[in-house]
Design a protein around this ligand. Sequence first.
Ligand code: G4P
Length: 528
Amino acid sequence: MADPRTEAARRRTFAIISHPDAGKTTLTEKFLLYGGALGKEAGSVKARQGRRSATSDWMELEQQRGISITSTVLQFEYRDCVINLLDTPGHRDFSEDTYRVLVAADAAIMVLDAAKGIEPQTLKLFEVCREREIPFLTFINKWDRPGKAPLELLDEIEETLVVEPTPVTWPVGIPGDFRGVIHRGTGIYTRFERTARGSTIAPEEEVEAAEAEASDGEWWLAAKEEVELLDEVGRGVDVKTFLAGESTPLFFGSALTNFGVRFLLDGVVDLVPPPAPRRLADGSRRALDAPFSGLVFKVQAGMDKAHRDRIAFVRVCSGRFERGITAVAERTKRQFSTKYAQAMFGQDRDTADEAYPGDVLGLVNANDLRVGDAVYVDEPASFPPLPAFAPEHFMRARVKDTSKFKQFRKGVAQLDEEGAIQVLREEDLGDQAPVLAAVGPMQFEVATYRLENEFGAPIELTATPYTIARKTDSESASRLNAMQGVAVMSRDDGTQLALFESKYWMDRVLADHPELTLDRMIAEGGLN
Ligand code: G4P
């Protein structure tokens, strides 16, 4: 039986964040190509996408909107490592989901389009990364096309994100005429060759300096000079600042033509930290070789219309998971069977027989589990609570056809448990007309669509006057409720939120009553 510590040491678990269209899907596919998980040809991730939307009405919405909402996990082997790539939603309205995925990841890759640099949604997702204090690599994609100059991109990253970019590779050739990269660590110039639409691994050739000068002339000399300049100012990869999120190792490439993809994947293996002992709620850490424990970071129902099941995605934090073991859900202390555990590979489900720290399991119909929960065997584990994002959009929901009230209540509870939207209740209106609170308005569309299509309960949403929320407590709640322009509502987990009509009004209330409890929530004002 393998030692969980040895297995953990060869895991690399990370997520990709990017503005839509920067190339996340293409890069994911190329990782699989280089990891040997696609056979010899790329092209099947897109095919998978097609099938995915065909099999599930839930995915239909994604397709209509051209966005990715659901998270999937891909696993493949590269060098001696097991790579777990977690997918994140690309849209900022789902940044709370992105945060939860990052809780399950040990690092992120930020993909930028060479012509566009840092785009609005990259910035928002990056803020989520920073909030989570997660180290990240940067991939400058689409170098095969005209784009910004490399030094300009470095400045942009440094100024906008206040993070020091430390290039691992440096491009030879201008954007649009991309020849290869110099690896700054080894000084070796690798020239790439294009293949038809990049469907196979790009042939590479290591080129001697004299030959490079002859064949790539001024581009080679310019790149060499820039590399020397970078060396002089000390822009080398620094593991300590990388792990602290203060610097980001940077790679140039083109996912479409596969140029530079291998270097990035090598960067994942060499730089992404392997799973470490996870911090528990009491501040101690759970050793990697302690009995099995895992963190639920995503719950998703209705992924497959034929099954209508509910999957809890669990990141393994310690020990060896073995299918069939009986685990305990920490919040309810109830036992459940893991007979139907699945390893996730896109939408395909393979049975997971075993898993180690860093891996992700899909637990099917583990109905007790909610986002943030711990599961374990033998020794209890409990993880620090996940912070809730500050909702900034509030709509009241009512079922259109009152004979469907039961379905409505069930559906709302389900969305709440998944964390797809926050559900708030007032004492008098209770379940009849809960307030749905969202970080981004697209969450309402998803909730409406799902309540109608998955639960058969079409809803009507009406506007509320609220625009900002703060966490409060029972003592402050009764006083706040007596004020105008404030309403206190509760979440199912007991958290009380005070909703205000405007920030101005909230600031006034706070100024007049500084003794009231009004705690800020994560990403307040920063992410929308
Ligand atoms: P996303 O998941 O981040 O949203 O981006 P995706 O990979 O879907 O890529 C968006 C578009 O950018 C796609 O073009 C893709 O082919 C293209 N692309 C990705 N990487 C590169 C690259 O390195 N160079 C160039 N030139 N293009 C790249 P599309 O026209 O939307 O789709 P398709 O018809 O090409 O598949």
